[in-house]
Design a protein around this ligand. Structure first.
Ligand code: KG4
Ligand code: ZN
Length: 339
């Protein structure tokens, strides 16, 4: 079965052709048209600009994915598209295109929750993964820990109280005038650092409830930068900038992994899945491998191109979800709830 997967929940427009085989999904093509240059000057995504750019990109993105796969449109058996959550103007472009194509071709259609997409990115490398699994989904908009019963069922265990972890990277890089998106830039700077700056203090919660918080990290970054004149324009080759990026990265990765042992024991996890854009982070990947090894968990972190938003993860989820009989009444939903 060939599935066309489409994703445009934020700023990237992506399409992929995935072949679902008896031994799992096989990636036939993946195209992603980035809008980083468009939003870079603003230091973050401008929703109106993103939606208008998607309208220009959607047709070419889909035809490039079909061409690269060498699969004509008439051989596509199913279309999967992100239904939400996300920026509604952005969602609507691929959402409307997918419904129109499914109607014209008279083929099954499935709307996918964005986080189920990130989860199913892990199916490419680990289709035979054992459940229950502990799932850390960490991106620019989400920092959530789930118990997964299978590839379609997630139960929330804990989430951030404020910002997502990706926001800490993006805003940290912005304060240092390093560019956008911040995660890959902070990662590259941190890897060049000969030593880390002072560590950041983890937040403490008075109510004692398990969760994360990353907004204080932004304030701490701001104070550190203000304390060193010129640091905000010193650039990525400056040793102090590199040391600060290394401390930021060490803080985020250690905070993210802290609740893993306790939760893995509580749900009797067989596996650990980490996905979402922040799962590209080199420190997080290295530390997660150690944690999984210690806990004797099978670790599944998709390769970086499948961690950030992409059409392949949506196609992979679309292969395991039930198709919608009559999708014409379905709509994109910026606050789509996971059920
Ligand atoms: O999953 P994603 O592509 O989009 C959302 O659903 O948000 O994640 C984007 C986030 C951004 O915050 C970006 O800075 C972060 O993922 N990111 C990284 C790395 N690559 C991307 N964060 C840390 N280290 C990286 N190497
Ligand atoms: Zn995402």
């Amino acid at each position: 079965m060939f599935i066309l997967g489409l994703e445009s929940s934020c700023d990237d427009c992506s399409a992929a052709v995935v072949e679902e085989t008896a031994s799992g999904p096989v990636l036939r093509s993946l195209v992603r048209r980035s809008q980083d240059a468009l939003h870079g000057p603003f230091g973050g995504v401008v929703p109106e600009l993103a939606a208008r750019e998607h309208l220009l990109q959607v047709r070419g993105t889909i035809s490039d994915a079909l061409d690269q796969a060498g699969i004509p449109l008439r051989r596509i058996d199913r279309i999967a598209v992100t239904q939400g959550p996300g920026l509604v103007g952005s969602l609507l472009t691929t959402f409307s295109a997918s419904k129109a194509m499914a109607w014209r071709m008279n083929i099954p259609w499935v709307g996918v929750h964005h986080l189920l997409g990130h989860l199913n990115a892990a199916r490419f490398a680990a289709p035979d993964l054992q459940f229950p699994a502990l799932v850390l989904l960490v991106s620019g908009g989400h920092t959530h820990l789930y118990r997964a019963l299978n590839w379609t069922r997630l139960e929330l265990l804990q989430k951030t109280r404020d910002d997502a972890a990706g926001e800490a990277f993006d805003k940290g890089a912005r304060m240092l005038n390093l560019g956008y998106p911040g995660g890959p830039i902070v990662d590259a700077c941190a890897q060049k650092a000969l030593k880390a700056a002072l560590p950041f203090t983890p937040p403490k919660f008075r109510d004692g409830k398990a969760s994360w918080s990353f907004s204080g990290l932004k304030t701490a970054m701001k104070l550190r930068i203000a304390a060193e004149p010129g640091l905000d324009h010193a650039g990525p080759e400056d040793a102090r900038v590199q040391a600060l990026c290394r401390s930021l990265q060490e803080a985020v990765s250690s905070w993210l992994l802290k609740p893993i042992p306790e939760n893995a024991a509580a749900i009797e996890a067989q596996s650990l899945i980490i996905s979402g854009g922040v799962a590209c982070n080199s420190k997080l990947r290295a530390e997660a491998a150690k944690v999984a090894d210690n806990l004797d968990l099978r670790l599944a972190i998709p390769e970086p191109k499948l961690c950030t938003d992409n059409g392949a993860m949506i196609a992979s989820a679309g292969a395991v979800l039930a198709v919608v009989d009559s999708p014409w009444a379905e709509n994109a939903d910026s606050d789509l709830v996971l059920i």
